[in-house]
Design a protein around this ligand. Structure first.
Ligand SMILES: NC(=O)c1ccc[n+]([C@@H]2O[C@H](COP(=O)([O-])OP(=O)(O)OC[C@H]3O[C@@H](n4cnc5c(N)ncnc54)[C@H](OP(=O)(O)O)[C@@H]3O)[C@@H](O)[C@H]2O)c1
Ligand SMILES: [Zn+2]
Length: 372
């Protein structure tokens, strides 16, 4: 049992417990798709008596682990959980019933589950059973942790994140296509960490030919996203870091009749090859939705990035900016042609934040969608 500091300030106490739920939930980062990240803390007499998190699809939910941990001490206790407890039979029985059976007194919920199968019904069920329920503690932090899950449920597509690294003069490579490295090792480490939270990372054929990237998290014990290459021509090198599937799995998405020899060679190396018709950012995201993914990172060059934006599959931007100038009239920039001619057509980011990372900066923001 862990004693806690400040039972005299209940709101502050609730916030601390919700942050603890988020911390526990993050232990399964990158491993839960299509399920959300959920952590749960059980408190009695101002002591934490049980903790748990959801490790992944098909496994028990966070509340069940926390209740097991608390045992009899759950009676009359307060349960903190970052997402509304489920009230339906999925792969596991409803958590609402487990909480009622355990005779808890109060449940503090971070955010309502957007899943129409839950959406407020979990809270209603708990209230009906005489349990006190509080909703919305640290709601923004809870929404942020599960933004991919929420987007998937509401829009039937994974959340698309476009990440790029550019110089201060807006170039993502030199005029010869050389781009290693624009940012410092600290910023690149940050990218490795961002990849942990993503289920897939996408590049186009040109990036494979020019950069020969690894696209892994470079971290022992952390999950790697599925590495996805979009290539129409399949004019790809037969030796490349992405074809070493001992590091992480790779999927090449192409068109039906593209170079059968190359397809066969890649398959022999253990690379999965799938033909999509047509091959576009939107059909790729539909395919990755069907594979149950929540967060998809686009680490492509400007041509593909522009198409992905134009087709509405990018919701979030991670732009790394290095205080360097490379120049070059034909050096590529992060986003190719969007067909805009007037400045008032520019896409404006919302909820923009700026982070200083080593000698570089990260600007993070969200693209507005027509439904916003
Ligand atoms: N600094 C950075 O953050 C960063 C990140 C990535 C890339 N880069 C640089 O960007 C340059 C490559 O830029 P790029 O724009 O050519 O990037 P890309 O990521 O290779 O995307 C373009 C490629 O995507 C494939 N593709 C498949 N379907 C497509 C579709 N529907 N629409 C468009 N493309 C489709 C094509 O491959 P096939 O030709 O094989 O058919 C096409 O050549 C390189 O110099 C690289 O160093 C920089
Ligand atoms: Zn549940």
């Amino acid at each position: 049992m862990i004693p806690l500091n400040d039972p005299e300030r209940p709101a502050e106490f609730d916030r601390q417990m919700m942050f603890r739920c988020l911390e526990l939930a993050r232990r399964a980062l990158g491993k839960t798709a299509p399920n959300p990240l959920v952590g749960c803390v059980i408190v009695r007499d101002n002591m934490i008596v049980g903790e748990g998190f959801h490790p992944g699809a098909g496994q028990p939910h966070a509340e069940v682990f926390a209740l097991r941990d608390a045992g009899e001490r759950a009676v009359g206790a307060t349960v903190y959980v970052n997402l509304e407890p489920c009230n339906h039979y999925g792969r596991t029985p409803p958590c609402t019933e487990a909480l009622i059976q355990a005779k808890v007194a109060k449940v503090v919920v971070g955010m309502i589950d957007p899943n129409p199968l839950v959406a407020g019904q979990g809270i209603e069920r708990l209230k009906q059973a005489g349990i006190e329920v509080i909703v919305g503690v640290e709601q923004d932090a809870c929404q942020l942790l599960n933004e991919g899950f929420v987007h998937r449920i509401l829009h039937h597509q994974p959340l698309g994140i476009l990440k790029y690294a550019m110089t201060l003069d807006g170039k993502i490579a030199t005029t010869t296509g050389h781009s290693a490295w624009i940012t410092s090792p600290t910023a690149r480490q940050q990218v490795h960490q961002l990849r942990v939270a993503c289920d897939a990372v996408i590049v186009g054929g040109n990036t494979v030919r020019r950069d020969n990237p690894h696209l892994t998290t470079h971290q022992a014990g952390e999950p790697n996203p599925l590495r996805v290459v979009m290539s129409r021509k399949l004019d790809l090198p037969l030796e490349a870091n992405l074809w070493d599937i001992t590091a992480a799995n790779t999927l090449v998405l192409t068109t039906k009749d593209a170079d059968p020899d190359c397809q066969e060679q890649l398959q022999k190396k253990g690379v999965e090859v799938v033909a999509l018709s047509p091959l576009t950012p939107a059909t790729v995201m539909n395919h990755l939705y069907d594979r149950q993914f929540l967060n998809v990172l686009w680490e492509c060059g400007g041509t593909l990035a522009a198409q992905a934006i134009a087709e509405g599959v990018i919701q979030k931007i991670w732009a790394f900016i290095a205080p360097k100038i490379i120049g070059g009239e034909t050096a590529p920039s992060p986003v190719g042609d969007l067909g805009f001619t007037q400045m008032n057509e520019a896409l404006t980011l919302k909820r923009v934040t700026l982070h200083s990372i080593g000698s570089d900066y990260l600007i993070e923001g969200y693209l507005s969608s027509p439904s916003d």
